[in-house]
Design a protein around this ligand. Structure first.
Ligand code: NAP
Length: 463
């Protein structure tokens, strides 16, 4: 394969062909990034901040065009693409500011005549691999802190969605960030991943994608002892306590569950509702979900775009069939449209009730617009169901009672806990998961640390 065919998942039309980089070209990109690191790390933090700010401004100026590219290659509704471009640029703006706040410290010495100084320095060449579900934001939340820290950066986007990334990198160069400081390479993840992980010059791997690929990258990074940041899969629970504001919980569950057709790592995957309100909640959820319009993301009024590919579609259909076979009641949805010739797949947003723990959907990430509702009696039971998973990315709960709220916050084994809030992501907060959902955090003050080495200087014999 020498070209990647980028198709519109809503229509099957070919949008563009992108050249696959050979191994030699990826190696050259690493070599160039390594050479560029020698000068980029010396660019002072205020100048790096200025260049990042300029990049932010250029993306903002071109955001309508970028959002359209994103909808064409990813399928998400245009309003969501615009939202993602804003979210993606928030990271660049935030880390442009943080570049100026990479502080060291001094430590009182334990002996006379000594001084102790601690400084931070950039880790080196960073290689990133990103998924198709957020083609802009998954890149900027890695690139912005890396560049702010003084690292050079190479990214390999998902084969489904390279075009958004190519445009973002063009704009970085237009902003004045040198060509070899930020680069994009294209091709199959397995091959490029091996070049990245085996290179002695790459000092950090930062990855967003599935847990199995993340585990492989961690293993392959061991030989050269690279730093790794892993943003992996999720299986988010939503707990609706008996004292929750049901209408509010319904709107927030929809915000969490159906964004990007349910193809987000922090999507609600299991809805765990107190038995006293489960009927009311499920009916109201189904009523609202029925109003969501499925279609081409470029068309006005579309709420749910296509499923990205056949593999994703079949996973959703299998989970749904399994749930229905094991006793789930369909309140709305459970309809599909697959055009195998064009490679286009749509799934109607679906609410199922009477889910039980034998169903695959209660244990595996769905990555689709299906909301399974299960009931509980005691809050401890809800916590047990929520924590019974190898994943620990995002958890949501709805309660008006602060005792229940604090108890849930403390007991849920998740990196992101959202109380009466279906949309917790932001550039200035630490995003990331526990357990098999990942290693490290992106965003906030935490998000720049993985791109920095800590260096300690001990000075002796001071008069
Ligand atoms: P994926 O299959 O892991 O692919 C993600 C990226 O990894 C793509 O660029 C892919 O390249 C590359 N890749 C595939 N196999 C590889 C290998 N053997 N070595 C190195 N790279 C490889 O994941 P996906 O299906 O695209 O994305 C969905 C997953 O991402 C879900 O599990 C979701 O939860 C997770 N996710 C997590 C977060 C988070 O912040 N925690 C955010 C978004 C998504 P190709 O395109 O060439 O295959």
């Amino acid at each position: 394969m020498s070209q990647i065919k980028v198709n519109n998942p809503a229509t099957g039309e070919l949008i563009e062909e992108v050249k696959v980089n050979t191994t030699a070209e990826v190696e050259l990109a690493i070599e160039n990034a390594s050479t560029a690191f020698d000068s980029w790390k010396k660019v002072n933090a205020h100048e790096r901040a200025r260049l990042l700010k300029k990049w932010y401004e250029l993306i903002q100026l071109n955001k309508e065009e970028i959002a359209k590219i994103m909808t064409l290659e990813n399928g998400k509704p245009l309003k969501e693409s615009l939202g993602e471009v804003n979210y993606a640029t928030d990271y660049i703006e935030w880390y442009a500011e943080e570049a100026k706040r990479i502080y060291g410290r001094t430590i009182p010495a334990h002996q006379d005549g000594k001084r102790i100084v601690v400084t931070k320095q950039p880790i080196g060449v960073v290689a990133a691999i990103t998924p198709w579900n957020f083609p802009a934001a998954m890149m900027t939340r890695k690139a912005a802190p890396a560049l702010a820290a003084g690292c050079t950066f190479i990214v390999k986007p998902a084969e489904e969605t390279p075009l958004t990334m190519i445009r973002l990198v063009e704009l970085a160069h237009e902003a004045g960030i040198p060509e070899h400081v930020v680069q994009v390479v294209n091709g199959p993840g397995k091959e490029i991943g091996e070049v990245f992980t085996s290179s002695k010059d790459v000092r950090k791997i930062t990855f967003t994608g599935s847990t199995p690929v993340g585990k492989l990258l961690i293993k392959n990074s061991a030989d050269t002892v690279k730093s790794v940041t892993m943003e992996l899969g999720g299986h988010a629970p939503v707990i609706v306590a008996k004292d929750a504001d049901v209408d509010f919980a319904v709107t927030q569950t929809i915000a969490s569950k159906f964004r990007n057709a349910g193809q987000t790592c922090v999507c609600a995957n299991r809805v765990i509702v107190h038995e006293s309100i489960v009927d009311e909640f499920s009916e109201k959820l189904a009523q609202e979900v029925k109003k969501l319009k499925v279609g081409n993301g470029l068309e006005e009024g579309t709420d749910i775009g296509p499923i990205i590919n056949k593999g994703g579609y079949e996973k959703i259909v299998n989970q749904l069939e399994d749930a229905v076979e094991k006793g789930a009641d369909v309140l709305t949805g459970n309809e599909y449209e697959a055009n195998y010739d064009k490679d286009c797949y749509f799934v109607q947003p679906t609410v199922i009730k009477n889910a039980n723990l034998d169903m695959t959907i209660m244990h595996e990430e769905t990555f689709g617009p299906i909301a399974p509702v299960i009931s509980f009696k005691e809050i401890e039971e809800a916590v047990k169901i929520a924590n019974d998973t190898p994943f620990g990315l995002a958890a949501y709960f709805f309660t008006e009672d602060y005792q229940t709220g604090i108890q849930l916050y403390e007991q849920l084994d998740y990196g992101i806990v959202s109380w009466n809030d279906g949309a917790p992501s932001a550039a200035h907060v630490p995003f990331g998961g526990m357990k098999e959902s990942g290693l490290g955090r992106e965003g906030g003050t935490e998000g720049i640390e993985p791109y920095l080495e800590t260096k300690y200087l001990s000075i002796g014999n001071v008069e």
